[in-house]
Ligand binder design. Structure first.
Ligand code: ZN
Length: 380
């Protein structure tokens, strides 16, 4: 039996909102039309909801965990995060694994085959953040995993269809060849945790990298005679920059700079959330290290930031509150841009034929309902 649902409200077209009618049928967007279609146009049995704002579902390319679960080799933990994410407006995501030992990865890939993707937000593949990173820009990653990472480990990755995105540092030995190899396997390469010179970073882009991981954090600094990774990211249109707008990882002034320089088509908002996101302050874990969490941040004992407490819906409220864009522009950086970065052509936009992943919002920018594949995954 065909199930049809109609939503009427301001809908996301690109980066602006206007009144529209969205028809969902059998897990897909069947039609979207501008303006409010009359109820009489639909069969009496069709459910019609009048709502404030309808956007494409939010897509998070970097989440290490949430709601007390850390992403690693436990499929139940991954499922638990998927089940919780719709509360934050997220409909699909990349579970993100921080640097680990070579011996750990086989169990991570094995876990992928045992997840249950039917519950909650859809996991689209892993984001492996490290371990091919700069020892000088390790952030909260463990140095020994970064130092031990070798070609043997790298080659085991190439047989894994569960890998969607890899963060690596372009200045490491063999990095250029690895970027070319990953790209030729359809894996998106993001440059980050890097101490690269401007030229080394550019060589990484030339080799096929299309994204930068959390711009400004764990990157070589800016000097006018040695501009480094940040300026290379800002200058090069081939790179889309990940940003964590939590007010802690980067000063809002730097977010402003990035959006002005790159434009909203080349900025992708990520949460970088860790297991304590959505919970109370306390002691939690990340990649085998203890992390102290307060209301806004998560830090190692030495003060190093260890993931964030940011959720994607809060990121949107922050961007709008800081006047760095309209609601529609903030949505664009959390929907269409992440979809394009990982080549998800059937998500990220309200368009006939797309997967019916939608987030419904109140007028004051709170999530009221999240729809994954046409089914309500969460409702306030
Ligand atoms: Zn990181």
């Amino acid at each position: 039996m065909t199930t049809t649902r109609v939503l009427r409200g301001k809908a996301q077209f690109g980066s602006h909102l206007e009144p529209a009618t969205v028809v969902i049928e059998d897990g897909h967007i069947h039609a979207i039309s501008r303006g409010q279609e009359a109820s009489g146009n639909f069969a009496e049995s069709v459910s019609i909801s009048d709502v404030d704002v309808i956007s494409a579902g939010l897509i998070d390319l970097q989440a290490n965990g949430g709601n007390c679960h850390e992403i690693g080799n436990d499929p139940a933990a991954l499922d638990a995060v998927s089940a919780w994410l719709p509360e934050t407006g997220v409909t699909s995501w990349l579970p993100t694994v921080v640097s680990a030992s070579a011996g750990f990865y086989p169990s991570v890939f094995d876990a992928w085959d045992r997840i249950n993707p039917s519950s909650g937000a859809t996991p689209l593949g892993y984001h492996l953040e490290g371990p091919f990173l700069s020892p000088q820009k390790k952030g909260a990653h463990q140095l020994r995993h970064i130092e031990e990472a070798n070609q043997t480990l790298f080659e085991t990755w190439l047989e894994q269809s569960s890998i969607r995105l890899v963060t690596l540092a372009p200045e490491r030995d063999d990095a250029v060849r690895r970027i070319e190899t990953l790209s030729s396997h359809g894996i998106v390469v993001s440059l980050g945790h890097t101490n690269a010179t401007y030229e080394q970073f550019k060589a990484g882009i030339d080799a096929g990298a299309t994204k930068a991981t959390h711009l400004f954090n764990t990157m070589s600094t800016i000097h006018h005679r040695d501009p480094g990774a940040m300026v290379a990211t800002l200058n090069d249109v081939r790179i889309t920059a990940g940003l964590i707008p939590d007010g802690v990882h980067t000063h809002p002034g730097m977010i402003d700079l990035a959006i002005r320089t790159k434009g909203i088509d080349r900025i992708v908002i990520v949460s970088d959330m860790m297991s304590a996101a959505g919970l109370q302050p306390g002691i939690y874990g990340l990649g085998g290290q203890e992390v102290t969490v307060d209301d806004l941040s998560a830090r190692l004992a030495n003060g190093t930031l260890a993931g964030s407490m940011l959720t994607m819906d809060q990121a949107i409220r922050n961007l709008v509150d800081w006047s760095f864009g309209s609601f529609g522009e903030a949505l664009h950086m959390c929907t269409a841009v992440p979809a394009r970065v990982i080549g998800e052509s059937n998500r990220g936009e309200l368009r006939a034929g797309a997967v019916a992943d939608l987030t419904i919002w109140t007028a004051d920018l709170n999530v009221s309902e999240t729809i994954v594949g046409g089914t309500t995954a969460w409702r306030r």
